[in-house]
Design a protein around this ligand. Structure first.
Ligand SMILES: [Zn+2]
Length: 333
């Protein structure tokens, strides 16, 4: 933690925004991450529990006091902050910085004036963006995607998120959803009902929310050692698959095939040179990465060569790093 007192006086190296700080907020379903950054460097961070079911507006007072305490602890004056970068797990209009659509989390998001909130409370500008896009910005500028202009970022977790960079520009689309719905690419048209209303989406076939039912639907589930686990999560799945448990191995293979099918479709759609993978499930990257790379090498139609699958450099903080880049870039416009 930094103990030097920071004031509004600094010598910006470029464009008048170089020396200031940014505050990053990454609004997850279970935790809210708050970061203080300067020129892409994460100076300090904290996590607070989220109550996503009670809505976004209900969360703002706690967020205000946490940010004020955070600024105080780091001895950063309000005037030294350039703005807030706000990551949200839903569709976001990043032209006017408003949430457009949610999926079972913070459902009052579209009715919440985040820009007005930040201006009234701190007089800071606020820039909002979908969390997968924000994480892609962080990995592109400072992480695994440095130097690339064609990237796809995929988050494997409770759900599956994605974002796309083409020609060094984020793919946005007319309604701000282009490249964001890779987790809802259909990989099994006769598959499982998804939370989005469709069937057989990648995340309805293989994700943290789908895994418990996937295991229980296996005809030999009751004979498998994984039945004794308190929580049917990917940690348990990888553990039992490693012990040669038949059910765990078959369910894992199903998941790897579903993810590979989704990733190959993203490759065919967006023509990237690299796929950056992150998310809670990637804690088992030693198993996942080589298995997915092999399937992609075998099955993707890329006559120019092989798309490289890599692990994120900031699996836990890419969206915070990306938020700092977004604030600086927006102020330079
Ligand atoms: Zn879906």
């Amino acid at each position: 933690m930094r103990k030097t007192k920071h004031t509004g006086t600094f010598s910006p190296p470029f464009g008048g925004v170089g020396g200031g700080f940014s505050v990053a907020i990454d609004l997850g379903g279970t935790f809210i991450k708050i970061g203080l950054l300067q020129n892409g460097e994460l100076i300090d961070r904290k996590e607070i529990p989220a109550q996503s079911a009670s809505g976004l507006k209900a969360q703002l007072p706690a967020l205000e006091s946490e940010i004020d305490l955070f600024m105080l602890a780091n001895q950063v004056e309000n005037e030294a902050v350039l703005g807030i970068g706000f990551s949200f797990a839903g569709l976001v209009d990043s032209a006017v910085n408003r949430i457009l659509s949610t999926n079972q989390k913070y459902d009052d998001g579209p009715d919440t004036d985040l820009v007005g909130w930040a201006r009234e409370k701190w007089n800071w500008p606020l820039y909002a963006m979908n969390d997968a896009r924000m994480a892609l910005l962080g990995e592109w500028q400072h992480g695994a995607g440095q130097g690339c202009t064609e990237l796809v970022a995929v988050t494997l977790g409770t759900g599956i998120g994605s974002a796309v960079l083409i020609g060094g520009e984020l793919l946005i689309g007319k309604h701000f959803q282009a490249g964001n719905l890779g987790g809802h690419f259909v990989v099994n048209h006769k598959g499982t009902d998804c939370t989005c209303g469709n069937v057989g989406c990648v995340e309805a076939e293989a994700s943290t929310w789908r895994l418990p039912s996937l295991l229980k639907e296996h005809p030999e589930f009751t004979e498998s050692a994984i039945k004794g686990e308190d929580v049917l999560d990917f940690r348990a799945l990888f553990h039992h698959a490693g012990n040669n448990d038949k059910v765990a191995k078959e369910v894992l293979e199903h998941c790897l095939s579903a993810w590979a099918a989704g990733i190959i479709t993203m490759i065919h759609a967006f023509d990237p040179e690299m796929i950056i993978l992150s998310g809670g499930i990637m804690k088992s990257s030693a198993v996942i990465l080589p298995a997915l790379q092999e399937k992609v090498n075998q099955l993707a139609w890329t006559p120019w060569g092989k798309v490289k699958l890599v692990e994120a450099k900031f699996p836990d903080s890419a969206a915070l790093v990306g938020a700092d880049y977004l604030v600086r870039k927006s102020l330079l416009k």
